[in-house]
Structures are given as C-alpha cells and as structure tokens.
Design a protein around this ligand. Structure first.
Ligand code: HEC
Length: 124
C-alpha cells in the first residue's frame, strides 16, 4: 500500500468506526421512535412544545412551568428512569399528570425514547 492509499484507508476506517459508534448509541429502533413521536405530538407538545423547549402558550399559565428538555440542566438531571417514573406517576402539585392510565408502559417508554433521542439529543 502506498502512502496516499494508506491515509485513505485510515480515513475510511475512522468514518466507518464513527458511524458504528453512533449507531450503537441509538438503542431504540426507528419504529419505536416513530410511535414515541406520535404520542408526543398528540399528548405532550401542547405543554412541552414542538422542540421540547417548553415555550408554549400553555406554559404561560403553568407554575411550575413545563420542563424544557433542551436545557443543559434538564439533560443533567433527567435520567431515563426518572423520566419514565415522572411520566408514569406524574409530578405532584404540578400540571404534569400521571399517564399510567392513559398510556401503556411500552408507549411511555417510546415517548421517553423519542424525547431523549430527538429532543435532548442524548442518544439513549
Ligand atoms: C398540561 C401540561 C403538560 C402536559 C400535557 C405534559 N406535561 Fe410533562 N410536564 C409538565 C410540567 C408543568 C412539568 C414540570 C413538573 C415539575 O417541575 O416537576 C413537566 C415535566 C415533565 C418531565 C420531567 C419530570 C421530572 O422528573 O422532572 C417529563 C419527562 C415530562 N414532563 C414528560 C411528559 C410527557 C412524555 C408528556 C406526554 C405524554 C407530558 N409530559 C405531558 C406539563 C405537562
């Protein structure tokens, strides 16, 4: 292998490695994310906003205001487990109601995956 081809070879291997790593980060299959997206848009967007930043008309009337999923602080404090629990059981004394009688555990998992993957960009 001459020098140029060696560089090309390495460049390609890095690219491939990068896409494998990215793929490995995305645990949820596309169909799960699609389901989560639909649920989010039907049920959650009115308070949390199209992009999850909580900038909605409804937010003006809510105290505490809906979580801004895109804030650094939210990304730090919102583990997947905590989100599942909060969506399932709600958050006492806030407008965040429990969803356990409305959505199945699977649906709650999908919508949390959607928020994490597509709105928080945390990849899992
Ligand atoms: C009526 C408005 C409203 C709707 C609809 C709503 N939320 Fe919320 N949500 C809130 C508010 C207000 C908070 C902030 C609660 C707090 O500060 O503890 C919140 C917080 C959260 C949190 C963070 C909870 C935590 O542990 O800090 C998650 C996750 C969440 N919502 C997910 C959802 C999902 C998923 C849906 C749709 C199935 C949804 N929300 C629908 C108002 C809403």
């Amino acid at each position: 292998m001459n020098f140029d081809r060696k560089i090309l070879f390495h460049a390609i291997s890095y690219l491939l490695m990068g896409s494998f790593l990215m793929a490995a980060n995305h645990h949820a299959p596309d169909s799960d994310i699609e389901t989560g997206k639909k649920i989010y848009h039907d049920r959650c967007k009115v308070c949390h906003g199209d992009h999850g930043d909580g900038k909605t008309f409804a937010a003006n009337a809510l105290y505490p205001s809906p979580k801004n999923f895109t804030a650094i602080k939210s990304k730090e404090e919102l583990t997947r487990d905590r989100m599942i629990r909060s969506v399932t059981k709600g958050r006492p004394k806030t407008a965040m109601m429990p969803w356990e009688n409305v959505l199945t555990q699977q649906e709650i998992s999908s919508v949390v995956n959607y928020i994490r993957q597509e709105l928080m960009g945390s990849g899992n």
